[in-house]
Design a protein around this ligand. Structure first.
Ligand SMILES: Cc1cc2nc3c(=O)[nH]c(=O)nc-3n(C[C@H](O)[C@H](O)[C@H](O)COP(=O)(O)O)c2cc1C
Length: 379
């Protein structure tokens, strides 16, 4: 039995594993529950999505499958790394169109992830070499980048003034409109992994004394204003948000992650958005798992829309979380990156390609990107 009142009962056809059962997510009829997690691939030269992404995304598309695109910068100040795609300019919209078309031609449902890196950026990515902006003026002190390998120091950010915040909300709204114009079926607001929205949410970072800091309600205000603006612009039934209340990536932890996750789940209900996508507490960084006594179940029960989970999922524990009603959908990152035909492999319980971490964030348009073989050996 499903734990949440909102979860679809799973009709167990003998031949189908739970991950391969259909699910109706609002207006979208999904043929299975295996979601492509948002994956930055750093192959978008000049901050513009490139034609090689047509093949990459269409390789990972199934009829009725749900894909979340890589983090896409909502403005010039949102950029947090090299060769990431933007979604704030006309050129960006035009560049995304054939990629979205490719997914639609194969019957996929495709959302754009809207991203502002905040202080997880550097002078070289900012307009006029200025400081990155954040909720705070404290820099990230951790020595390692988010990929867990490359040592890097982040500069001290500039604290956004209260008066500047509505403009960042507006940038999200415009980016959402652009995403729809590019053909995306909806957007996922990136509120996870220590980026700008998370920098407001978490009390380890947010040291503001205005209406955007201090109490839980104040720390969540910016995130909820963004969600509200985006929902007003494109319709709440096309909006999801990704959150990682328990994670501490980019030096972004919270003293009471469960209260934060619950407050967000309940507030999101009032805005009626399509889905909430949460990263499992076991993922302390993007790649490292740890033992934890925490669970997403309270948030899953509190949230009334579709609940997506991510972080360290496999065929087995993915089936298990669907069966016990812990989630409606499961997003797969590294396994989907390395296995373009992941749903098929799960169906057959076939062996999986191993992912190559060294090409996660390299700039090659083919290697480590579109050259992972399908089961039949064809790339
Ligand atoms: C190469 C790579 C890029 C990623 N880029 C993003 C991103 O753009 N947005 C995001 O929310 N998460 C990003 N993540 C996190 C994944 O979406 C996912 O949460 C993480 O990999 C854990 O899931 P997994 O165990 O299935 O890989 C990235 C992960 C990897 C490996």
């Amino acid at each position: 039995m499903a734990a949440g009142d909102n979860s679809n009962a799973i009709e167990m056809e003998d031949s189908k594993i739970p991950l391969l059962t259909p699910y109706k997510m609002g207006r979208f009829n999904l043929s299975h529950r295996i979601v492509l997690a948002p994956l930055t691939r750093m192959r978008s030269y000049n901050f513009t999505a490139q034609p090689h992404a047509i093949l990459y995304y269409s390789q990972r598309t199934t009829k009725g499958g749900f894909l979340i695109g890589e983090a896409s910068a909502i403005s010039e100040t949102a950029i947090g790394g090299p060769n990431i795609p933007g979604i704030w300019k006309r050129e960006h919209v035009e560049a995304w169109k054939p990629i979205v078309d490719g997914v639609h031609q194969k019957g996929g449902i495709f959302f754009c992830q809207l991203w502002h890196a905040g202080r997880a950026s550097n002078f070289c990515f900012q307009p006029n070499g200025q400081s990155p902006v954040s909720s705070t003026d404290k820099p990230i002190t951790s020595k390692f980048r988010i990929d867990g390998t490359t040592a890097s120091a982040f500069p001290a950010p500039r604290r956004l003034t209260t008066e500047e915040i509505p403009q960042i909300v507006q940038d999200h709204r415009i980016a959402a409109r652009n995403a729809i114009e590019a053909g995306f079926d909806g957007v996922e607001i990136h509120g996870a992994n220590g980026y700008l929205i998370d920098q407001f949410l978490k009390d380890k970072v947010n040291d503001r004394t205005d209406i955007y800091g201090g109490s839980l309600e104040n720390r969540c205000r910016f995130a909820l204003e963004v969600v509200k603006a985006v929902a007003e612009e494109i319709g709440a039934d096309r909006v999801g948000i990704r959150l990682s209340p328990f994670a501490d990536y980019n030096d972004c932890g919270d003293s009471n992650a469960e209260a934060l996750g619950l407050y967000m789940a309940e507030s999101l209900n009032k805005l009626g958005i399509l889905y909430c996508h949460m990263i499992e507490p076991r993922m302390i960084t993007q790649f490292e798992e740890q033992q934890t006594r925490h669970s997403l179940l309270p948030m899953r029960k509190a949230f009334k829309g579709t609940f997506i989970v991510a972080g360290g999922y496999t065929r087995d524990n993915g089936n298990e979380v669907i069966t016990r009603g812990g989630a409606d959908l499961v997003a797969f990152g590294r396994l989907f990156l390395a296995n373009p035909d992941l749903p098929r492999r799960f169906e057959l319980n076939a062996p999986l390609n191993k992912y190559d971490r060294s090409t996660f964030y390299t700039f090659d348009p083919v290697i480590g990107y579109t050259d992972y073989p399908f089961l039949d050996g064809i790339v």
